[in-house]
Design a protein around this ligand. Structure first.
Ligand code: HAM
Length: 425
């Protein structure tokens, strides 16, 4: 029998493990990004991480990078008909239509979600193949106040986390009246440029996407490109103006970015992106916009809608870049160290009792000397250590050590839970 050498495994390329202590910050960020939504009438929705592949090709757009290059498709019984979700909007609209949420009560249907998304991108700092978003969708209403509400909520989330060094970019992509006219004008302009084969093809299928080309040689040729702003119909212009006025009134600063087209095809009218100034190339910490035609593209009725997705991984990096450290409560308040077999049993029972009373408590497991056990107590970050040997127990006490001052006092065993509960307040 040949012995196969056991190799160790590492996380797949473009993914990473979330480990303590940074995982606690990650969870707190997720929580903070969602908190303003809960206060604004958004209900929680969870959809599967895989869906019918066609949901994304139809919803996100046949010619987008996300669909053509980055989708993780799943092959089952020789058929590629499912895909890991690259984003959340198409799934949320699908679920809304499937459950008829738009017929059940008031419109808009307001939903929020939090989860992992998958894109087969070339990994780099801030760009992963599995990443985490908190998202919000308001489905079935055309109202500039709704666009403004969502943008303000995203801004509030970032601010609540302490972020300041970011810019909100905003643009209007027009609607089905004015966008086709602009599209034709842009296409004509692009035919006159010196573009490579791939870009030329993109100009034919989706000319707006060319505006988003990051290469300098392409950007240099786009300075005189026609601007969508100049083609907006009256309705779109008024709508856009109203969103901006509401943002200004709420004290949310923004910058016009006529080239902001975003990487998904469903957008109409308001589009926006929050860009952090300390992140390098992958600087978008969140983005979204209005998608008035998506429901119809998925076979549903007309449901004008707006939403956003905020990147949890990049928000984490942005906070790091700004040197923001969240003041998170310690995970362990009390750490118990037993000296001897009998003491261990008594302390274990006390630990169970303390936890049931709501005091976060840990215990030195395994056979450890007092020195090592106290080191563990120190590392746990606990404010209090409980130390008990057989002699203490014979006296009916445990030693309570204040880990910040080093002061140690005996506490009666039966008064332990109340004493620690009081100290915790
Ligand atoms: P998105 O702009 O593709 O929009 O993604 C939203 C955010 O997710 C980005 O701003 C970024 O922070 C994060 N993100 C995207 N790709 C990656 C990646 N590969 N690695 C790390 N973070 C990433 C959407 O997904 C739309 N569904 C947003 C939306 C909702 N629009 C309307 N409703």
């Amino acid at each position: 029998m040949t012995e196969e050498k056991l190799s160790t495994f590492t996380a797949p390329k473009g993914t990473y493990d979330l480990l303590p202590p940074s995982s606690a910050t990650f969870l707190a960020i997720r929580e903070a990004l969602a908190a303003p939504l809960r206060r604004a009438g958004y209900g929680y929705i969870e959809t599967p991480v895989f869906e019918d592949l066609k949901l994304f090709s139809r919803g996100v757009g046949e010619s987008t990078d996300i669909v053509t290059k980055e989708m993780f498709s799943l092959t089952k019984r020789g058929k590629e008909d499912l895909a890991l979700r690259p984003e959340g909007t198409a799934s949320v609209v699908r679920a809304t239509l499937q459950a008829n949420l738009h017929k059940l009560g008031n419109l808009p249907v307001k939903l929020w979600y939090s989860g992992s998304f998958y894109r087969y991108e070339r990994p780099q700092a801030g760009r992963y193949r599995q990443f985490s978003q908190v998202g919000a969708e308001a489905i079935g209403a055309e109202d500039p106040a709704l666009d403004a509400e969502l943008i303000i909520l995203a801004d509030d989330s970032f601010r609540a986390l302490g972020l300041r060094d970011y810019t909100l970019l905003i643009n209007s992509l027009g609607d089905k009246q004015c966008r086709p006219v602009y599209r034709a004008a842009l296409q004509e302009f692009l035919t006159g440029l010196d573009l490579d084969e791939d870009t030329r093809r993109r100009a034919e299928i989706n000319p707006l996407r060319v505006l988003d080309d990051k290469r300098e040689a392409v950007q240099a040729q786009l300075t005189d490109a026609p601007r969508l702003r100049d083609f907006l119909c009256e309705d779109c212009k008024v709508y856009d103006e109203q969103v901006r006025e509401l943002l200004t009134a709420a004290g949310v600063a923004f910058t016009d970015d006529p080239k902001l087209v975003r990487g998904l095809d469903y957008y109409t009218r308001t589009t926006f992106e929050f860009v952090h100034n300390g992140l390098g190339a992958q600087s978008a910490i969140g983005g979204g916009g209005r998608y008035d035609g998506l429901s119809e593209m998925l076979g549903g009725p007309a449901l004008p809608s707006v939403g956003w997705g905020l990147g949890v991984d990049r928000t984490y990096l942005a906070m790091e870049a700004e040197g923001i450290v969240l003041d998170l409560p310690g995970t362990t308040a009390v750490y118990a160290v037993a000296l001897g077999e009998q003491a261990k049993n008594v302390l274990f029972a006390k630990v169970v009792e303390l936890r049931r009373a709501g005091v976060a408590t840990d215990l030195a497991f395994g056979v450890k000397g007092i020195k090592n056990a106290m080191k563990s107590a120190d590392r746990s970050g606990a404010r209090w250590a409980l130390v008990a040997g057989d002699r203490d127990l014979a006296d009916g006490v445990v030693q309570l050590k204040d880990m910040t001052t080093g002061e140690q006092t005996p506490v009666a065993l039966d008064a332990l839970v109340t004493t620690l509960k009081e100290k915790q307040q």
